[in-house]
Design a binder for this molecule. Structure first.
Ligand SMILES: *Cc1c(COP(=O)(O)O)cnc(C)c1O
Length: 822
């Protein structure tokens, strides 16, 4: 893409404020963190309810970005760059994408539906790619922001597009339709679930159909409701020559009628009737969702007039789709980003951005296969890839494949191999350690073998952390704060068990003001990990004062003794104005200066220039319990009184803060200048109404090690605490009390979830294993098991175990691998 910015003024309905010269851009960005932003970038500053990219403009200008679409020009950057001033940056991005899309005239497949969009898209890409240069939405980029970003990756060499559109309520599809403008419409599984954003199923279907306003064919699974909606749709949006192309398991008047469906081991054989003939087709899956998705693909191939044998051959090779990028712990302190199932230029850009935002080690390595279907000539493609690699400051590149090998010279510090086996043969000599490694290759290269060699070997139990859910929860609480109220986030105890550094990095991006940890060493490891945010240490032991100072951590001071000890060391080091935080005891009676020690505190601090009171805080004992809200109010008024006294006597104006998560929910008038968010960030509220607005962050997962059936009268586990009343199927799962699962959760008190069904734990929880009754569940060894997450939630568990979610979350042993994803 090379676009004259001035030509966009009318497209975006914008006001131009900037240089009168012609300016050309070749890259669009909305991500301030991306290292791909540069002088040719047009940056759209989006402002959501929760996130305002205008805040990053000054930083971006410093990094060389010159051109911005903005809703207002932040004061500090006036005159420093070119601005297209618009009413709404998101609409401007969408207008731009629609304008850009209109310049291309090849067929575009548009996918929508409740389930299966991304899978059908990836499969169609696989099935059609031998014959087309395809541009498709990366991952599941199907939102109001994702769709425009997908479409603007089209270039002149493409001759088929596959884009997905996802909506959550009415009036959203019109925007996506005008951007995608599909000629071929595919409605994937519509689901019967009642979606919150719609009044009823019919309204949901009608809204989704709007994507197909100008589509000359609509492919769908026949059923009464969809048929009814479609016939209304077709008369309202009449289009000459439009074809409806349907399939069905039950209705033999559908264009493709599935006559027979026979389950084999891990695959399914179907017979379908089409144009009066019957064909058979092997689908390499056994679950009904995959079968329906494969049939959607079949209809597209039939519409493209592929012959029966070719369809048969290609569908047989369909594979499970990985929906997301995963970060894994690697050998020798490495971390690994596993993207071993795709290689196209667009997804490489996304993966490199992800690498930058997730890197735990300064040094970055990329293992990359040949890239297919870029739409560019090889020469041009690998020049672009090399540029991307260099913009992203990748330290070394390992290229695998004949084509990338022949362009070795374009890459600095690269090693190339003809194939994966050659690389694996020499893997030892690369001495991978303390680096972040992106492993990205087309399926045919089987990079999963490289992943498994470089991955740290642990057992199958993992705690998956959803970073997007953390962002969501953060923004939810942020939206409750008054203007200018700062946010400290508590990441003590390893981020409440969820992972300290990874979460701190994300919070740094969200521009939180402070982090809080319990002990100095937690703060030190964050600083060592590159965190620059100020960090308050709640429980500084006096032995740790020297390292607190060395690492620029800020101690909470809660006693005269502690203050004197800190002052002694600070004076020895000739410090001036070192920030400290004064903790007041207003009723919690844990740590803090009590009323009767305030005068001595004032005396010690008066005229003192060694330290500076950065903040004054206190902690509430009952902010989550409405029976004791009077007590909270007493604490708050005592805090007000004592902090005012300190401020006036010392003539200072520090940050004041007293609210934790439930304080934020219940005492909006006591936000002072800052709040301290803890458990809420991790998706738990003490208020069931508020809980609905939070997203689940951690999912503790394992797998089934073994399944057996025992006769009535047999027992399970230590002490024979479970006696089978009837023939019972038992699954053994490799997680136990040493991983943090309480023994009180055993003996049918608790359950795990397998294939979306509850399986009660039978017998006692062992050290490293537990057993569950799976008599009613069709499951086998290797199947995934949810220990907690969406169901059971930690809140449900805590109720049964008579404890609080905090304890459950922080008890998950460090031997359980944490995996972060978006
Ligand atoms: C842990 C902690 C918080 C956060 O509490 P949540 O209930 O998790 O929000 C706030 N302040 C102090 C002093 C803490 O120790």
């Amino acid at each position: 893409m090379s676009i004259n910015l001035k030509s966009l003024v009318s497209v975006l309905n914008a006001e131009w404020i900037g240089s009168p010269a012609d300016i050309f851009i070749d890259h669009i960005s909305i991500d301030s963190r991306s290292l791909q932003n540069g002088s040719q970038t047009l940056f759209f500053a989006l402002s959501g309810v929760n996130h305002d990219a205008h805040l990053y403009i000054a930083e971006l200008i410093e990094k060389g970005v010159q051109n911005f679409v903005v809703e207002q020009i932040p004061e500090n950057v006036t005159g420093k760059a070119n601005f297209l001033l618009v009413k709404n940056s998101l609409s401007a991005l969408q207008n731009f994408a629609a304008y850009y899309r209109a310049g291309f005239h090849f067929p575009i497949i548009g996918l929508t539906g409740s389930n299966g969009k991304t899978i059908v898209k990836e499969w169609l890409n696989f099935l059609l790619s031998p014959d087309y240069n395809i541009i498709r939405s990366p991952k599941s980029y199907n939102s109001q922001v994702g769709v425009p970003l997908s479409v603007i990756a089209i270039n002149e060499m493409h001759n088929l597009g596959i884009f997905e559109a996802g909506i959550s309520t009415v009036n959203e599809m019109v925007n996506l339709e005008r951007i995608i403008k599909p000629n071929i419409g595919v409605l994937t599984s519509i689901g019967s679930a009642h979606d919150e954003g719609f009044e009823n199923l019919k309204q949901k279907i009608n809204e989704k159909l709007l994507l197909f306003k100008d589509s000359s064919v609509i492919i769908y699974q026949n059923n009464d409701l969809v048929d009814e909606c479609l016939s209304e749709f077709c008369s309202q949006y009449f289009l000459d020559g439009r074809t409806l192309f349907s399939w069905s398991f039950t209705n033999d008047s559908a264009d493709v009628f599935i006559v027979e469906k026979e389950a084999k081991n891990d695959s399914t054989l179907i017979k379908y009737q089409y144009k009066g003939e019957v064909f058979s087709l092997e689908i390499p899956f056994s679950d009904s969702a995959s079968i329906e998705n494969a049939i959607s693909c079949l209809l597209v191939l039939l519409y493209f007039e592929y012959d029966f044998a070719l369809i048969q051959n290609r569908i047989k090779m369909l594979y499970p789709v990985k929906m997301r990028l995963e970060v894994k712990n690697g050998i020798n302190g490495c971390s690994i980003i596993d993207d071993s199932y795709s290689s196209d230029f667009q997804s490489l850009k996304i993966a490199l951005d992800f690498l930058e935002s997730q890197k735990k080690n300064a040094s970055k390595t990329v293992i990359l296969s040949d890239i297919f279907q870029s739409g560019f000539s090889n020469e041009e493609l690998y020049s672009k890839v090399a540029q991307l690699i260099s913009d992203n400051k990748i330290h070394r590149v390992i290229g695998i494949g004949p084509t990338i090998s022949s362009f070795k010279d374009k890459f600095a510090n690269s090693t190339v191999f003809q194939n994966t086996a050659d690389f694996i043969h020499e893997i030892e000599r690369f001495d991978f350690n303390n680096e972040t490694i992106l492993i990205k290759g087309a399926r045919s290269f089987q990079f999963e073998e490289i992943v498994s060699l470089l991955e740290e070997k642990t057992h199958e139990t993992v705690l998956e952390i959803n970073l997007d859910a953390i962002s969501h929860n953060f923004n939810y609480f942020k939206s409750k704060l008054g203007q200018n109220v700062k946010m400290m986030v508590m990441v003590k105890a390893f981020g409440y068990g969820n992972g300290g550094l990874e979460i701190a990095k994300l919070l740094e991006h969200h521009k939180v003001d402070y982090l809080g940890v319990a002990f100095a060493d937690e703060g030190i490891s964050l600083k060592n990990g590159g965190i620059k945010l100020p960090i308050m240490v709640l429980n500084p032991e006096s032995t740790s004062f020297p390292s607190i100072i060395q690492y620029n951590l800020e101690p909470e001071i809660y006693s005269i003794k502690g203050l004197n000890a800190f002052l002694k060391i600070a004076r020895e080091k000739n410090l001036k104005d070192y920030p400290i935080h004064i903790k007041l005891d207003t009723g919690m009676h844990r740590l803090g200066f009590e009323n009767n020690t305030i005068d001595e505190l004032i005396q010690t601090l008066k005229g003192n220039s060694t330290v500076r009171v950065q903040s004054i805080l206190s902690h509430l004992a009952t902010s989550d319990d409405s029976n004791y809200f009077d007590f909270v109010n007493q604490q708050i008024s005592l805090f007000e009184e004592l902090s005012l006294k300190l401020m006036s006597e010392l003539n200072i104006n520090p940050i004041r803060h007293i609210l934790n998560t439930s304080g934020i929910s219940n005492f909006p008038n006591a936000q002072y200048n800052m709040v301290r968010l803890g458990i809420g960030l991790y998706g738990v509220s003490n208020d069931s109404a508020e809980q609905k607005y939070l997203e689940n962050v951690g999912t503790l997962k394992s797998i089934i090690s073994q399944v057996r059936t025992i006769p009535a009268g047999d027992s399970v586990g230590y002490g024979r605490r479970f006696m089978a009343q009837k023939e019972t199927k038992i699954a053994t799962i490799p997680i136990g009390y040493a991983d943090g699962i309480s023994r009180l959760w055993g003996n049918q008190a608790g359950f795990v979830t397998i294939k979306n069904q509850k399986a009660f734990i039978v017998g006692s929880v062992c050290m490293d294993m537990l057993m569950a009754d799976v008599t009613h569940i069709d499951c086998k060894e290797g199947d995934s098991v949810v220990i907690f997450g969406e169901s059971p939630t930690v809140i449900e568990m805590a109720e049964v175990l008579r404890t609080i979610p905090y304890e459950i979350m922080t008890s998950i042993s460090q031997r359980v691998k944490r995996v972060f994803f978006r």
